[in-house]
Structure formats: C-alpha cells, structure tokens
Design a binder for this molecule. Structure first.
Ligand code: HAS
Ligand code: HEM
Ligand code: CU
Length: 573
C-alpha cells in the first residue's frame, strides 16, 4: 500500500496547545450555532409536508400563536436551514480543517471577531423574520419588500463568511511562502479552492443587497429593478449550492475512505475536480431563469451547456468515491460485482450518513440535470418537483453528511463521547428514508402540476380534483412524520453529547480521520505529475474564474442595467 504525505501527519502539526484549544473552541461555536438554526428550521418542515398532504395546521391555535402565516414559516425554514445552518457549519469546518492541515497559526482574535459578526448579522436578520417583517421566502425577490434590518443582517452574514474565506486564503499564502516548491496538502487545497469559488460566487448577491436592496429598503431610492436583482441573486444562488456541497465532498473524499477502511483513489483527480468547480460553478445561474423575459435565449443556452459541464466534476466524484468504497469493501473480503457493498460498515453512523447522503445525491443530481434542460424546465419549474430536488441535495447530501460529521467532530473538538451508536444510526437511516419518501412524493406531485410555495392545503378542494394526487400526497405527509422522528433522534443524540462531561482533549480518542491514498500527489512540485503542477496555482485559477464569470454574466447584467426600470416595493404579508 502506498502512503500519502498525509499519513505521516495523521495528527498534523499543531502550533501549540493554547492555539489548538482556541481553534477548537471557535469551531465548536460555529458548529453548535449551525445546529441550533437547523433545529428551529427543521421543526417547521413537517408542517409544510402536511400542507402538501392536504392537511392545513396553520389555523391551529398553537401554530397561529407562533406563525402569522404559511409563508412566514416557509421563510424561516428556508433561511435557517439553507442559509444559516450551512454557512455557520461550513465557516467552522473550513476554518478548522485547513488550519490543521497546514499546521499554521491563526489569529484567533480575528476568528472570534468574525464569528461574533456573523452571529450579529444572523440576529439582525432573524428579528424581522420572527416579527413577520421579512416574509419574503429565502430568495427575497423584489419588488416584495421587507424590513431593512433583514437585508442588512443578511449582508453582514455573507460579509462575515468572506472574512473567513480571507483568513483561510491568507493562511495558505503564508504556508506557501514558508514551503516554496511544495504541493499543498489535499484537504487544505480543497478548502482554499472552495473558499476562492465562494468569493467569486458571492459577488452577485453582495452587489444586489448592498447596491440595490439596502438603499431601496431604507427609502434612499424610489424603486428597484426586479429582474436585475433576480439575475444578481442567481449569480450567487446557483454557485451557493456548491458552497453547500463541496464541504460534503471534502468529507466523502478525505475522510469517508477511512471510515470505510479503504483508501482515497487519486489526489490529482480530486484537485482537478475542485479546480473545475472553482472555474465553472458560477457562470450557470441563468438556468434558474429560463422563464424570465428580457434575458436572451443565447445566454440562457450558453448557461445551460455550462451547467451540463459543471456536472462533470460531480460525476468524477461519484466514480472516484465509489472506487474508494469498493477498495474498502474488497479489503474487508467483499466479493462479486455488487456483493462487495454488503461488506461496508453500514452500522457505523459516521460512515452510513455520508454514503446514504451520496446515494440520495445520485438521484438529486440526476434531477438537477432534468431541471437544467431547457426542454424539461417548463414542466418542473415552480412546481413541487423543485423542493423534491433540493431536499435530496442540500437537505440530504449536505445536511446528512454534516450530521454524520458531528458524530466524530464534536468528540474531536470537545473531548466528549457519542452517547449512542444505535440512536445515531437510527437518526441517520430514518433521515435518509424520510427524505427519499419526501422526494418521491414531491417530485410526483410536481409532475402532476402542483405548484411549490403554495399553501395548497387551504386552496379550494376542487382545484386539483382531476388529478390522482392521493398517493403522492400521502407519501409527502408520511415523510414529514418520519423526518420529525429522525430530527428528534438526531437532536437528542447531539444535545446529550454536548451536555456530557469532557473526557480528554479529543486528539487521540477522536482524531481527524485522514485516509491513505492510492495515487498521492507527492510532496514537491518538481517531482509531481503535470496535473498536480497545473492545479497548484490557485490564485491564477481564481483570476481565470473571475474573468469567466465576467464574460458569461457581463453582457446579461450590462443589458439589464442599461434598461433598468425601477418599480416601488410591495408588502404582501
Ligand atoms: Fe440544483 C434548483 C440544477 C445540484 C440545490 N437546486 C435548486 C434549488 C436548490 C438546489 C436549493 O438547472 C432551488 C432554488 C430555488 O429555490 O428556486 N442542481 C442542478 C444541477 C446540479 C444541481 C445540474 N442543486 C444541486 C446541489 C444543491 C442544489 C448540489 C445543493 C446542495 N437546480 C438545478 C436547476 C434548478 C435547481 C436547473 C432550477 C430549477 C427551477 O426550475 O427552478 C448538479 O450539480 C448535479 C450534479 C450531480 C451529479 C450526481 C453525482 C453523484 C454523486 C454521488 C455518488 C454516489 C456514490 C455512492 C459513489 C451528477 C457524487 C455509491 C454507494 C454505494 C453503496 C457504493
Ligand atoms: C421548502 C419540508 C428539511 C431547505 C420545503 C417545503 C417542504 C419542506 C414541504 C416546500 C414548501 C413549499 O414549496 O411551499 C421539509 C421537511 C424537512 C425539511 C419535512 C425535514 C424535517 C430541510 C432541510 C433543508 C431545507 C434540512 C436545508 C438544509 C428548504 C428550502 C426550502 C424548503 C431552502 C424552500 C423555501 C422556499 O421556497 O422559500 N421544505 N424540509 N429543508 N426547504 Fe425543507
Ligand atoms: Cu442552480
């Protein structure tokens, strides 16, 4: 078995114990804040699933006391789950990993400042959400208008994530200066590439919120151009899905093989995958806008082809991680074309969470390619199919992977112990089952023409009378109940773990699960393969990514700016 340079550093160099303890603490704050957001966000999900089963609980006195409307609940659900949970978890995860992998000393004051700023942004945006003053859904399309606090809080939150990006990229530069001619270690490479991608991707949203929505909501300008705002939103809004899923890819590539008892297939291939995401994640956003006027079909078609292209690094991931799993299973004595799968450690929650997340993502990814096809889009756009798609991408591929990570990361950070492998396993399997049933129900309803973002349970009974909706409605309702049980199991395990006494510093009892590599990248650039050398200059590739986005979005945004028509805001809630 060949070994990667990582193996010598299974516990990568740590500057000193105070630095390590501080780094672990700030990471823990990020991760716990993330899961608190998920807890509230997820509790609203079953109500929505019941809505799509034709059961309206929004008149129930308890629900009514908490939520003014279906749409207030849906706004909270989307923002807390998709925007807050992900960003906080990722900010902690992708600060800690590269710092450990590079063995660099971070400025912890700056890390705490960033965490506090992000939390202040979160609270500023949460207040109007809770007061029903920002019931705009998580996409906050104008001319729907909310409290300026919501936009300001959102801007501060996203801005803080860019500070984390800056700190990690700066740490990498520092490492590069100290290690001339060396190949960046794999995990750090993946983190830096992801953060760089996010800096390019977030420009659209930052422009929209800072230049348009904040001045408008403060009354400094009389109106807003809805299509320009929406276009800038999706500049960020597609790439953000890779900001959510690439941290899960890091788990699948770097740590899952270890959980399975196998090896990473190829480091150069992984580096290629992340560079492709850096270059191609952003200039695809128009696939959310096929139905919008005043954007030419020419650019929509270009973005469609670029979308198909950005599926390629995910396909590379699928085959390469499958190879790792097969390697693991055969090492455990697995045989046959498919029989080897039985030898995988399905009862280990840190393993099963990632693999079940990946299984859901096979279907989620296939659905994404349907959505991206301009010919199919009119059938599925704005229907229940779309929530079906993204609950098995962000709602499972990302969320279930992060849940699985928490089972070893929290022991690693805090020196506490996972209280029950059985309950953690039950949480994982029930989440997977619940989301697969949910996806079936929602995709099916979507094909029958049921719209998304609709309080369908309160609509006149005969609106969809001609359709045979009974079975998919039932599936959706049942899935909501399975997911409620699953969430209860997961949060029970999580809080019992967090509230248990600390046993040690977590370094030996729950080390970072680095894996061996079949084809490593090597340590020095001069001896490395051409693909390794070509992927190492991330800064140049980052500039190229920026140029590509400006090429693919410049003409579209330029035309919208030149034809801008400002309209006043609406409050529909
Ligand atoms: Fe998407 C809408 C297209 C990926 C999330 N997407 C959404 C929305 C969200 C979302 C939240 O083109 C809704 C936005 C809204 O509110 O309006 N999506 C795609 C495409 C991909 C894709 C082409 N989406 C994601 C990911 C998400 C996400 C990732 C979150 C994390 N999506 C769209 C389009 C729309 C859209 C349109 C707009 C729809 C509309 O009309 O409004 C691709 O990136 C997917 C590529 C993925 C694959 C799968 C690779 C499989 C892997 C697992 C392998 C498994 C193994 C396990 C090895 C090709 C890596 C084996 C197991 C053993 C036991 C051996
Ligand atoms: C929307 C259910 C967990 C992210 C929805 C909708 C349903 C639902 C039925 C569609 C509402 C509509 O279109 O009117 C659930 C259930 C969950 C769950 C039962 C588990 C208990 C999650 C998780 C995430 C997530 C874990 C992400 C991490 C979203 C987003 C929306 C949504 C972004 C779209 C909101 C919008 O359209 O503005 N959810 N969900 N959900 N969900 Fe979930
Ligand atoms: Cu997209």
């Amino acid at each position: 078995r060949s070994r990667s340079p990582h193996d010598a550093r299974v516990l990568p160099t740590v500057p000193d114990t105070a630095q390590l303890a501080g780094l672990k603490r700030v990471t823990q704050y990020y991760v716990v804040t993330a899961f608190l957001a998920l807890l509230i966000g997820v509790l609203l999900g079953p109500l929505q699933a019941l809505n799509y089963a034709g059961i309206d609980l929004y008149d129930n006195p308890i629900v009514k006391a908490l939520l003014k409307s279906y749409y207030q609940g849906l706004s909270l659900h989307g923002v807390l789950n998709a925007l807050v949970f992900t960003q906080f978890f990722i900010s902690g995860w992708m600060l800690y990993l590269p710092a450990r992998d590079l063995g660099v000393r971070l400025n912890l004051r700056f890390a705490w400042f960033t965490y506090l700023l992000m939390t202040a942004g979160l609270l500023t945006a949460a207040l109007p959400l809770l007061l029903n003053k920002a019931t705009l859904l998580y996409t906050f399309y104008p001319p729907m208008e909310g409290s300026p606090f919501f936009y300001i809080g959102a801007a501060v939150m996203v801005g803080s994530s860019l500070l984390v990006a800056g700190q990690v990229i700066a740490a990498w530069f520092h490492w590069k200066r100290q290690h001339p001619g060396q190949v960046t270690p794999l995990v750090a490479f993946m983190c830096v590439a992801t953060w760089m991608m996010w800096t390019v991707a977030s420009l659209g949203l930052v422009g929209e919120v800072v230049l348009m929505l904040i001045p408008w909501s403060l009354g400094w300008v009389g109106g807003v151009d809805p299509l320009l705002a929406k276009t800038l939103f999706w500049w960020t809004g597609h790439a953000i899905v890779y900001f959510w899923v690439l941290p899960a890819y890091i788990v699948w590539y770097a740590f899952l093989p270890r959980h399975a008892g196998g090896r990473i297939a190829s480091e150069p291939l992984i580096r290629l995958t992340f560079v492709l995401f850096l270059l191609n994640s952003t200039p695809v956003g128009l696939h959310h806008q096929y139905a919008d006027p005043n954007v030419s079909n020419f650019w929509k078609t270009i973005h469609m082809f670029l979308t198909f292209l950005v599926a390629v690094p995910s396909l590379l991931t699928a085959f390469s991680v499958a190879a790792s799993l097969e390697d693991a299973a055969r090492a455990r004595g697995g045989r046959g074309l498919f029989g080897w799968m039985l030898k995988l450690p399905w009862g280990q929650p840190a393993f099963s969470a990632s693999v079940l997340a990946m299984v859901s993502f096979i279907l989620g990814g296939a659905g994404g390619i349907v959505n991206a096809s301009a010919a199919f889009s009119p059938v599925v756009h704005n229907t229940a199919w779309i929530p079906g798609h993204f609950h098995i991408t962000v709602g499972t591929a990302t969320t279930l992977t992060f849940m699985g990570v928490s089972f070893w990361l929290i022991p690693h950070l805090t020196g506490k112990r996972l209280p029950s492998v059985k309950l953690a396993s039950a949480a994982v399997w029930s989440w997977f089952t619940g989301m697969m049933v949910f996806a079936l129900g929602m995709h099916w309803q979507g094909l029958l023409g049921v719209p998304r973002r609709t309080q369908i349970s309160a609509a006149a009974q005969d609106v969809y009378r001609d359709m045979n909706l009974k079975i998919p409605e039932m599936l959706t309702g049942i899935s909501g109940m399975i997911l409620l049980v699953s969430a209860a199991l997961f949060f029970y395990v999580l809080f019992r773990m967090l509230l248990s006494p600390r046993q040690d510093d977590g370094e030996l009892s729950s080390p970072l699960p680095y894996s061996e590599v079949i084809s490593p990248a090597g340590e020095t650039l001069s001896a490395a393969a051409p693909l390794v050398r070509a992927t190492e200059p991330l800064l140049a590739l980052w500039v190229l990514a920026l140029v590509l986005v400006l090429m693919m979005y410049g003409p579209v945004v330029g035309k919208l700016i030149s034809q801008a028509q400002l309209v006043p805001g609406w409050r529909l809630y």
